[in-house]
Design a protein around this ligand. Structure first.
Ligand code: ATR
Length: 283
């Protein structure tokens, strides 16, 4: 890669950002498509987030991804928010369009694409989401936009499950319920069970958000976590022969959708998968 005075800058703003795979994904795509661009991480302290967003404009940075904890906080500083990002209440992609900062969300579309790629039917299905944070909200909105039959939000802190339930009820017609994690033992007919909590993530790899007895009831299991690539949650899915997915497909799809917003074209997903596999992020 030749970096010169014309190299365009892209990046990720978040806190922390040290373990992100986004630089590897986007720099591989830039090289592949011979784009004179570079992608770096910006670890921004909360008190500097407003300056950081204004800095995108001031420095002519062409685009950034936004991650935890800033996906909501950046919204007031942008000039335009897409309808989908408004519905989700979070922005994960900013495009600097000639000095106009545009906010988009590619998490929900990336998630749905990853299900479709794996042949999972969404319409009319009964979905249980574990967790009620930002990731759970993006997924709940994604399912609501794709005509599922019902969504159940299960969370350790029931008050937060209730807040997300209320959010979905206010914005969509989707049948929605909320519950504690333990009460899921009384639920049958779980078509898709998604872990949108951080339970099982490195380094706490021997934890699951719910008991094995709940996991075995599901017909498809999805863990948004990709480090480790096989969580205990997914090991239980395997044990019971349940089709399952980790979070890498969603990560690649959301990255590709950001790339599309910035450059108007897809990156080569197979190439990215191969690079991640070589680096042992994928089996
Ligand atoms: P994100 O934006 O990635 O969704 P978040 O907003 O911090 O991150 O949400 C993390 C989710 O993981 C929450 O649903 C959290 O549950 P609480 O609302 O009760 O905090 C869930 N979570 C984190 N640690 C957990 C644990 N040890 N057991 C159960 N749920 C946990």
């Amino acid at each position: 890669m030749n970096i010169d005075s014309k190299t365009k800058i892209y990046g990720l703003i978040g806190h922390p950002v040290g373990h992100s795979l986004s630089p590897l994904i986007h720099n591989t795509a830039f090289l592949d498509q011979k784009l004179n661009c570079i992608y770096d991480c910006f670890d921004v302290l909360p008190e500097n987030i407003k300056d950081a967003v204004f800095g995108i404009k001031a420095l002519g940075i062409m685009g950034v991804n936004v991650t935890v904890p800033y996906k909501e906080m950046v919204i007031p500083y942008l000039d335009f928010i897409s309808d989908e990002a408004k519905l989700i209440g979070a922005v994960n992609t900013i495009k600097n369009n000639d000095g106009r900062l545009e906010g988009y969300n590619t998490d929900a579309s990336g998630f749905i694409e990853s299900l479709l790629e794996q042949g999972v039917e969404i319409r009319g299905k009964n979905v249980v989401i574990l967790g009620a944070g930002g990731a759970a909200r993006a997924i709940a909105v994604a399912f609501s936009l794709n005509d599922v039959n019902s969504i159940t939000i299960a969370n350790r802190t029931e008050g937060k499950a209730y807040n997300l339930y209320k959010y979905i009820k206010e914005k969509f017609r989707t049948e929605c319920k909320y519950t504690s994690l333990d009460e899921l033992i009384d639920f049958d007919n779980i078509d898709i069970l998604i872990n949108a909590t951080s339970v099982g993530m490195f380094p706490n790899v021997n934890a699951t958000p719910v008991d094995e007895k709940i996991i075995r009831k599901a017909k498809f299991i999805y863990d948004l976590i990709y480090n480790p690539k096989e969580t205990l949650f997914l090991r239980y899915a395997k044990k019971y022969g349940i089709k399952n997915s980790n979070g890498l497909n969603m990560l690649i799809n959301q990255a590709n959708n950001s790339f599309k917003i910035w450059f108007g074209k897809n990156f080569n997903k197979n190439l990215i998968v191969n690079v991640l596999r070589k680096k042992e992020f994928i089996k």
